[in-house]
Design a protein around this ligand. Structure first.
Ligand code: HPA
Length: 278
């Protein structure tokens, strides 16, 4: 089946399960951040298992459902959980859910993730607005024949994280008195955490945070001309930064749920009075 047919099938299943619902903004919730979905009003839930072509997220903390409803004053589509490349999913499967949101009508998509910080002054519990990324994997969801119905073969990535959306998110954070950091996200494949030597290398390259998601989604969405913003929830200082401490996924979970509150306020403020007038 071509990718376009796969996307059409997913869109048709969602429309059938949510008649009359027309989301404008998409949100992808990363590890531990699923609580943001609790703030969505008039929610209609569709488990990924009921949407053809959607991969099953393997990470225990990911709910694996699409929630449609209203956040702020905007009709939204919230993906609660994502599939990761480290689970063995094909890149096309990893990005199919966000491509589906785009074809459902979302012109703006906010990606969120859990990440390790490379800066001691941006510690666990902080939110970081992603200003740019470094693809440290050598993977790209667009390898293979181009699908012209989605976008062009070659396209610009110089403002991948939409400057105007970043300004609005920074303003929303200030209004909510949330101390929003800004920085560059380095995508690693995982699932092993990094070595201290890798973290030193990434810092030299210009990275501020490191994580195992988001970048393939940004690439696939920019290909389609969708406006992207992305926010990391910092769950830990990266490997080697805290002497004598080892990294583990429970940190991602506990810090993540604490940050979900800030992220909910940030996104609700951002989406109150929202119009995509760009
Ligand atoms: N490295 C990679 N991914 C992560 C980390 C990390 O330190 N923390 C949360 N996700």
């Amino acid at each position: 089946m071509s990718e376009i047919h796969a996307l059409d099938a997913a869109v048709a299943a969602i429309r059938a399960a949510s008649p009359g619902v027309a989301p404008q903004v998409g949100v992808v919730l990363g590890s531990g951040l699923g609580g943001v979905a609790d703030a969505v009003a008039d929610a209609v839930d569709i488990p990924y298992g009921e949407i053809p072509g959607f991969p099953k997220p393997g990470v225990a903390s990911h709910a694996g459902r699409l929630r449609l409803g209203t956040l702020g004053s905007v009709p939204v589509a919230v993906l609660q959980g994502r599939a990761h490349a480290y689970e063995g999913h094909r890149m096309a499967d990893v990005v199919r859910p966000v491509r589906t949101l785009a074809r459902l009508g979302c012109t703006v998509i906010i990606l969120t993730n859990a990440a390790g910080s490379l800066r001691t002054e941006v510690g666990p519990g902080r939110l970081m607005l992603i200003t740019d990324h470094i693809n440290g994997t050598g993977l790209n969801p667009l390898v293979g024949p181009n699908e012209p119905a989605l976008g062009q073969r070659f396209f610009d990535m110089s403002a991948a994280y939409d400057p105007e959306l970043r300004d609005r998110l920074a303003a929303a954070a200030a209004a909510e008195r949330i101390d929003l950091a800004e920085g560059i996200y380095h995508w690693v494949i995982g699932p092993s955490f990094e070595t201290p030597a890798e973290i030193r290398a990434f810092r030299t390259l210009g990275a501020d945070a490191v994580g195992m998601s988001t970048v393939p989604e940004t690439i696939a969405l920019r290909h389609m001309g969708v406006r992207v913003a992305a926010i990391s929830g910092i769950t830990n200082l990266a490997a080697g930064m805290v002497a004598g401490s080892a990294l583990d996924h429970t940190e991602t979970m506990t810090q993540g749920s604490a940050m979900a509150g800030d992220l909910t306020r940030l996104l609700t403020r951002f989406l109150t009075g929202w119009t995509d007038d760009a």
